[in-house]
Design a protein around this ligand. Structure first.
Ligand code: GLP
Length: 265
């Protein structure tokens, strides 16, 4: 795992955009179609805006890319503005020029969400592997909506959100916790590990404990983010605040300052 400690959230956005664009373009050069895994939440927003800037100003093209979402709420009507499918279209894929037909997400409005979860796992496996998966991390260490206690080998399935996660996400529902769905469909931790490159971004003091546990703590279901320690290609990008509890921060800074010219992310 490469831990990239940077001064500001803006710096993180630029490096995440570099890492994502680099892996997508390399996969496209090998022959598409290419699968880009997208997370929602606030952490990836600066990176998404940087990708949009490069698309607009520098001609960065994701033609031939299929986007797959990490997770989705259960029970929101199709088209609900806070459904993750609508959020990602609004914040990234429409402006990146991706046809909605190549933006895929779990069907949280399905009559049978259990089957919808199984269907999404199969759809992802058929389209994959995911070339690069963007990730955030919850304050409690969750990845996607894999809450603490999730099996490290789990696949796409229904999960029940903790009250903490519903409180954390209420900001997207006018502050009304009761408006946050209780159930979700999320790629499992085993599913996430199937991606070729994982790029996690975390900023702010609120994530410092989760980042330290994920990177330097034991491999444990109590911190789903610790599953990153099993993956062969992880780029974990944090600002000083989110990296403030990392015991080996000096080492990560030294490595970053001594990379080979073409080492990439
Ligand atoms: C939600 C999402 C996760 C995201 C997490 C942190 O639970 N399902 O994918 O990583 O929130 O969100 P934020 O980046 O807004 O802190």
């Amino acid at each position: 795992m490469e831990v990239v400690l940077l001064p500001t959230a803006q710096d993180c956005g630029r490096v995440v955009a570099d890492a994502v664009a680099g892996s997508v373009l390399a996969a496209l050069a090998r022959g598409g179609p290419v699968v880009l895994g997208l997370a929602t939440g606030s952490s990836p927003l600066l990176a998404y805006r940087e990708l949009l800037r490069r698309h607009r100003d520098e001609g960065l093209s994701f033609a031939g890319v299929h986007a797959f979402l990490l997770d989705e709420y259960v029970g929101l009507p199709a088209g609900h503005p806070e459904s993750y499918r609508e959020v990602i279209r609004r914040e990234l894929t429409d402006s990146l020029g991706l046809d909605p037909a190549v933006v895929h997400g779990p069907d949280g409005s399905a009559a049978d969400p259990l089957q919808a979860a199984r269907d999404y796992e199969q759809q992802l496996l058929a389209a994959g592997p995911v070339a690069v998966q963007v990730l955030g991390i919850g304050a409690n260490g969750h990845l996607g909506f894999n809450e603490p206690g999730s099996s490290l080998a789990s696949r796409t399935r229904i999960k029940t959100l903790t009250e903490q996660t519903r409180v954390d996400n209420a900001r997207f529902f006018g502050g009304d916790v009761e408006a946050v769905p209780r159930h979700v469909i999320t790629q499992g931790l085993g599913t996430i590990l199937g991606a070729q490159h994982l790029v996690l971004v975390a900023t702010g003091e609120r994530k410092a404990e989760a980042v330290a546990a994920a990177v330097e703590g034991p491999l444990t279901a109590s911190c789903p983010g610790s599953v990153l320690q099993l993956h062969p290609h992880v780029t974990l990008v944090v600002d000083e605040a989110a990296g403030s509890r990392l015991a080996r921060a000096a080492h990560y800074r030294y490595v970053l300052g001594h990379k080979l010219a073409d080492q990439g992310w």
